[in-house]
Each structure stands twice: as C-alpha cells, then as structure tokens.
Design a protein around this ligand. Structure first.
Ligand code: EPZ
Length: 418
C-alpha cells in the first residue's frame, strides 16, 4: 500500500493548477446514461472514484474510454439495470445511476450504499422523490428496486438539501412526463454544473443554484460534450496549505465565487487571499488567528473543508470551536492530529481546538478522503517526518496531491509501504 512521507517546515511558493471537480464529474458521468449516444467529459481528473464509476457504467453495458485527458461514455445501448454491492460499497456516489436508469429505461436495481466512515448517509430522500414521481420502490436483500412505466413530474420538498439527492431527482425529472419542482434543493456549484449540462443535452432545467429547481421533462436527450467546473475543495485545500506554511501560492483555475465562505474564514484567521487573473492567491505569514467554524450546506462553510481547516487551527493562536452540522461522524482526523501533538477535544458535534506552537511529525493513518488531506497538511508544518498511510483514501479525490505540493516546494513524496 502506498503512503505519503513529508518533511515538515518548507514554505510554499508558486502556482498550482486545480483539476475539474470530482463531485461534478461523478453526476455528469451518470447523466451520460440519459442520452443514446457518445458523451464526452473533458479534462477528467485521474481519481479512483472516477475509475470506480467507469467500471459501474461498463458493468451496465455502456462503453467507457479514457483519452485526450478526458473520457467518453457511449450509452447508445445500456442493457444492464443493476449496480452491484461490490461496486456500490466502495463508492456511494454509485447511487447516482438510479435516476438516469429509471428515467430512461423504467427500472434500476441498486445496492443500498452501506454507511461509510463519516456517517450513515441514507438515501431515503432520493427514494421518496422517485416515489413522488410515480416510481415503485421495493427494498429487499440490501438492494433497492425502482420501477416506473414512465416517471411523471411532481412537486418534491426535500427534508434537507441533499446534494446527490438533488442531482438524482434532477436527472430523473429531465425525462419525466411534465414538470417537476424540487424545493429545498442543494445549491452547490456542482448541481448548477449538472443542470447546465442537462440543458446542453436538450433538457429544460431552471433555477439550479437556488433552492427551487424546475425541470420540464423532454422526450429524449442528446449526448454531452462538457468541461466540468473546477474542484473548489481541491482549490480550498491548496489555499489552506498556503495559509498554513507561509509563502505565496497561486491556485490557478479556482473560482473565487465558489469559495466565499472558506475565503472569509481564512481572512478572519489572518491569511491574505486575493483574486488574481484566473484564480486566487494566498499569502500566509506565521501562525493563524483561531476562529470558530460551523459547516453547512452551500453556500455555507463546506463540510468537505472542515478537516483541512482544522489542521490550520491546530497551530492557531488561541481557541477554535469547529462545529460539523452535515455528517454525524466526521472527526476521525482528530485522534490522528492529536498524535502529532495537537490539542483537540471532541464534544458532541463540535471539536474544541486549542492551538499549539508546533506539531511533531508522526506515523498517522488516513481514515477518509478529507481526513487524509488534513493529515498531509499537518505534516507540512510538523517538526520532522510524518508518514500518512492508507493514502488510497486520498487518491479517491485528489489527483497527484503530493506532486502538486512538491511543485510548490513541499518536501513530500509517495512511498510504498511493505
Ligand atoms: C455529497 O455527498 C458529496 N459527494 C460529499 O463529498 C459532500 O460531503 C456532501 O455532498 C455534502 O456536501 C458527492 O457529491 C459525490 P448529502 P452526498 O446527500 O450527496 C443526509 C467528498 O469528500 N441524507 O448532501 O452523499 C446525509 O446522511 C464527499 O468529496 C439523508 O439523511 O451528501 C448527510 O448527513 C464526502 N437522506 C446529509 O444528508 C438522504 O436521502 C448531507 O448528505 C440523503 C442525505
């Protein structure tokens, strides 16, 4: 298994390029199932989650090809209807094939995604929405079977703004009979990007990016040719790295308008963050001021940036209370950060972070995607050597993170552990 070894203490300077967003590419790959034709997604990052979903699309009978830095999905014929446990258990975003399969073919059988490290993460709202559109939903043997002769438009009010739930229902509604209105919809940029792509395919989606999305179903959609939005979480991770290590980092491709909540917190913590021609530049100068953070649905502070920001607060000047409101168990990076000398105490849904002057390098273990990013960031400023094991978590959502950080001056490399 690979690990990442870091010698702490280097300042970071230079420019780093952001890849297109993992959380945009995954729903867009699923949306390709809606169109009988050959769809193209450009500049797709080489991530294990992308490869996993590609395997699922092939399992369903679609053709998937990587090339020219992007990928093609040929969904002219998609004989399969089942997303098997072996694939879904490794990546819950596999449930995104549900909406497209039912909308285009009238049936889907998808393994219920078990819980994952960060929480139970049920899909009840996905299923209630499909039922509202006339689908029959049967749960048995750990699978959900959804059937519908033809979905019909409905008014759906989500209990909370679920991101993939909004995306699944938007894709289902795109081919339904009549109008669907999704209220309390997720407002993430990736939802907006999917809507933009569906419209380019011949769909009729309005209001994406707001909490009320209207979709008028059409008879058929054509294939896409789409460049996904930049990854705001990868960009945010580099902004935190620059604030943490000192120096000056330009994050090329970052969309400032997708990062308002994070940038506001970084500025409160004393970092200088400025928009530049095609991205954002961050300058850190020594220890951050401790600030409180509360995660929430977009445009609130992203839960996917909570662990990375905690690494910054771990060496902050003072006390920071970080409250996680989206997932019920997203503090697994805390015991690992404490092994590096951090002083963090979890109390219910909040972590109380007392900043320390220095962290010390240690062997630590990644537990989930963003926790592993936080441990890499902590290693960049810790005294001595840090080895982060189980970096397969990291590779799910970051393309060559250690190479991109090394390009900024970090002393970091991938090693193979026995
Ligand atoms: C998406 O997950 C992202 N993944 C996650 O990114 C991100 O953390 C999350 O949104 C929140 O922003 C992708 O887009 C592929 P939710 P998703 O449905 O859609 C509860 C990363 O690190 N819920 O918005 O699964 C759920 O349990 C990953 O890149 C229900 O109760 O998140 C959670 O507590 C991690 N019932 C909350 O809603 C449902 O039917 C938000 O979940 C659906 C969700």
């Amino acid at each position: 298994m690979d690990a990442i070894e870091i010698e702490g203490g280097a300042r970071l300077t230079g420019t780093v390029e952001v890849s297109p967003a993992k959380n945009a590419v995954l729903p867009l790959m699923a949306a390709a199932l809606l169109a009988p034709g050959r769809s193209r997604l450009r500049r797709v990052p080489r991530l294990s989650d992308v490869r996993t979903l590609a395997r699922l699309l092939e399992h369903l009978g679609a053709g998937v090809e990587f090339g020219d830095g992007g990928l093609w999905v040929d969904a002219a014929r998609v004989p399969g209807r089942e997303a098997p446990y072996e694939l879904v258990k490794t990546m819950r975003a596999s449930v995104l094939v549900l909406g497209p399969l039912v909308a285009r073919f009238g049936r889907a059988r998808v393994s219920l995604p078990g819980g994952c490290a960060i929480g139970a993460r049920p899909i009840d709202m996905h299923l209630k929405g499909l039922e509202a559109m006339g689908a029959r939903v049967v749960l048995e043997h750990g699978y959900v079977e959804v059937t519908a002769r033809r979905l019909r438009g409905a008014r759906i009010v989500l209990d909370l703004p679920t991101v993939t739930g909004t995306e699944n229902l938007m894709m289902a509604a795109a081919l339904a009979e009549g109008r669907t209105v999704i209220e309390n919809a997720a407002r993430e940029p990736e939802v907006e990007d999917l809507a933009r792509c569906l419209n380019a395919m011949g769909g009729r989606v309005r209001g994406a990016g707001s909490s009320v999305i209207e979709i008028d179903g059409v008879g058929e959609l054509g294939p896409m040719d789409h460049l996904p939005v930049p990854d705001r979480i990868e960009a945010g991770t580099f902004l935190v790295a620059g604030a943490l290590c000192g120096g000056e980092v330009t994050v090329r491709g970052a969309r400032a308008d997708h990062l308002d909540a994070l940038v506001a917190k970084l500025k409160q913590a004393g970092a200088r963050v400025d928009p530049v021609k095609d991205g954002l530049r961050v300058r850190g100068d020594g220890r951050a001021r401790s600030v409180d953070v509360r995660t929430g649905p977009y445009p609130g502070f992203p839960t996917d940036m909570q662990a990375q920001f905690m690494a910054l607060m771990a060496v902050g000047r003072g006390l920071s209370v970080i409250t996680e409101t989206v997932f019920e168990n997203r503090f697994m990076h805390v015991p690992e950060l404490n092994r590096m000398g951090a002083d963090i105490r979890v109390e219910g849904g909040s972590a109380v972070v007392r900043g320390v002057r220095r962290l010390s390098g240690a062997r630590v273990m990644a537990t989930d995607l963003r926790a592993s990013a936080a441990l890499v960031l902590a290693g960049l400023v810790a005294d001595g050597t840090t080895v982060v094991s189980r970096v397969y978590h990291l590779d799910r959502g970051y393309e060559r993170l250690e190479e991109k950080l090394a390009g900024l001056g970090a002393r970091i490399r991938r090693i193979r552990e026995r």
